[in-house]
Write a protein that binds this ligand. Structure first.
Ligand SMILES: Cc1ncc(C[n+]2csc(CCOP(=O)(O)OP(=O)(O)O)c2C)c(N)n1
Ligand SMILES: [Mg+2]
Length: 546
């Protein structure tokens, strides 16, 4: 069999549905084999977007998303997406082409050592040097991408290897159960939790990866222990639950940190140090039980004293079966804080000012999104407003990146979410900076007939950095820009373009967009004048006296 055909067969054995990417001449043999496969090739307009889409496919399905590029410039364009998948624990396989490795007549034209370049960005990176190795290399790339902790892998298929004849055969996917926590570890954790006075449950990113949601809900209901989440842990347990305290969208000095400073034990399910810290540990402070698939990476801000290591859902199930709720547990202060935080979050939700106020924006978006609808955020200051104020009802319904925190992923991740969940309502929420980093994918979205809303929040600036700049006491400098006419821009791609003209028109417009097929871009002028006052100062001052 031709090696390129075997390569595609091995991908089929891994149940690959899509390959996102931009082929180059070095991929043409693979492309030709792909043509005869049921795997769909999704051509994007930039390799970075293909990578973001593949990573998000992996994030939502647990199966490695696959992306493809040529050698050199195509492969270097995948770098940010590789880091996004690797830090965000999203299973993804990148396939890149290469010039012939045995005999080549093109000197060093376009040749970059891509395998070495991918080393710090992946769990596994290999050049395929013989057609015979294809089945084992592909199986290994999928195994490593998908198993905990998931991440990026990379295979380079050189042109001359792709045309080789080989009699190797596909290696079938192996099935293995994840190991579960040892009985003694569970018993020790139960004892520590029962002895605590004010235990708190933290839900982090890894709890959003597998189906831990049901077990965590049961844990909360049977133990009565209050919980909070990291940004990437949003929605694992419905945030409308009476025991939900809030989201750790800032690292310190928010209302929620009052509860964190008051606890003596955090049961941390699924958070690891890759996310921006939800809190800072101190030697004299609370203790932490790290419940995760793997032991914790130690960091100056995170050094848990105990570990319950194994399948998260199983550990949480075992804990909830064994923990006896204690009379001495005292959650009264936590409840007071929750009431104050709830009141603070409510402020501004009925504010009619225009350009729209961030709190009102979040409130109206929540109104427009059905229970299982998905919002996919790019990176900007609005991410903090959404993480803190938007209540997530279901796992993986708030797709945000608090690991690499790259701009440019909002639109591609929303597109992938819509492909994985075609029946759900999906909305990309981007800043005018981040949107423009991958706005060319409007063409891909229109071509794929995706029904999608894209909010572009316009402050004509890199607002997040402005917020930091003023907080550091610097003068306003270097962060402003102009925008295209986003309505005409959307229309030129064949998308619907809308410009928000008043605050009251926002919710009806979103409803109209969800009711009308197609890609809808909504230009939303936003009033960021209070970011500094509220996020830098008011929250800190108000929470100080609680
Ligand atoms: C690729 C990339 N470049 C730069 C940054 C640093 N950065 C973080 S947020 C931000 C500004 C985002 O601006 P915009 O998308 O307009 O959102 P806003 O904060 O204005 O709402 C920048 C430059 C980043 N996170 N990712
Ligand atoms: Mg902006």
């Amino acid at each position: 069999m031709k090696a390129a055909d075997l390569f595609v067969k091995a991908l089929e054995a891994e149940e690959v549905e899509y390959i996102f990417g931009i082929p180059g001449e070095e991929n043409l043999d693979l492309l030709n084999s792909l043509k005869r496969s049921k795997i769909k090739l999704i051509v994007t307009r930039h390799e970075q977007a293909a990578g973001f889409m593949a990573a998000t496919y992996g994030r939502l399905t647990g199966k490695a998303g696959v992306c493809l590029s040529t050698l050199g410039p195509g492969a270097t364009n995948l770098v940010t997406a590789a880091a996004y998948a690797q830090l965000g624990a999203m299973p993804m396989l990148m396939i890149t082409g290469q010039k012939p490795i045995k005999v080549s007549k093109q000197g060093q034209f376009q040749i970059v050592d891509i395998v070495s370049m991918m080393h710090p960005l992946t769990k596994y990176t290999q050049q395929i040097a013989s057609g015979n190795n294809i089945p084992s290399r592909i199986r290994e790339a999928f195994r490593l991408a998908e198993e905990e902790r998931p991440g990026a892998t990379h295979l380079e298929l050189p042109e001359d290897i792709a045309v080789e004849e080989t009699d190797s055969e596909v290696i079938a996917k192996s099935y293995a159960r994840r190991p579960v926590a040892e009985e003694k570890a569970i018993a020790a954790a139960v004892e520590i939790i029962e002895k605590a006075r004010r235990p708190l449950l933290l839900i982090g990113a890894a709890a959003n990866r597998k189906q831990s949601s049901k077990m965590l809900r049961q844990f909360v209901d049977t133990t009565g222990i209050p919980f909070f989440s990291t940004q990437m842990g949003k929605g694992v347990v419905d945030e409308r639950h009476p025991l939900f305290l809030g989201n750790a969208s800032l690292s310190a000095n928010d209302f929620l940190h009052k509860t964190i400073n008051h606890t003596d034990l955090i049961i941390n399910v699924g958070h690891d140090v890759v996310e921006k810290p939800p809190f800072f540990m101190r030697q004299s402070g609370f203790k932490v039980i790290h419940v995760n698939y793997l032991t914790a990476s130690v960091d100056p801000v995170y050094y848990p004293q105990y570990g319950v290591i194994g399948d998260i859902a199983d550990s949480v199930y075992q804990l909830s079966q064994k923990i006896q709720p204690q009379k001495k547990w005292d959650f009264n202060y936590f409840k007071e804080i929750k009431t104050s935080l709830k009141e603070h979050i409510k402020e501004g939700t009925a504010d009619n000012r225009f350009p729209i106020y961030p709190q009102r924006l979040v409130h109206d978006v929540r109104q427009a999104i059905p229970e299982n609808g998905i919002i996919a955020l790019d990176n900007g200051i609005y991410k903090i407003w959404f993480a803190r104020n938007y209540k997530a009802y279901k796992p993986n319904t708030v797709l945000l990146d608090n690991a690499l925190a790259s701009m440019g992923a909002g639109l591609p991740s929303a597109m992938a979410a819509k492909m994985v969940h075609p029946k759900r309502n999906v909305m990309a929420i981007c800043g005018d900076g981040g949107f423009m980093m991958n706005s060319q994918e409007l063409e891909t979205a229109v071509r794929l007939n995706l029904n999608l809303i894209i909010l572009v929040l316009c402050d004509k600036a890199f607002g997040m950095i402005k917020w930091k700049q003023v907080n550091m006491g610097y003068e306003d400098y270097g962060l402003d820009f102009n925008n295209p006419d986003f309505v005409m821009y959307a229309q030129s791609y064949g998308a619907h373009g809308h410009r928000l003209e008043s605050c009251e028109a926002f919710l009806p417009l979103l409803e109209e967009c969800f009711g009308t097929p197609g890609v809808h871009l909504v230009e939303v002028p936003i009033d960021y004048s209070d970011n500094d006052r509220i996020l830098n100062r008011e929250i800190r001052e108000k929470s100080r006296f609680l």
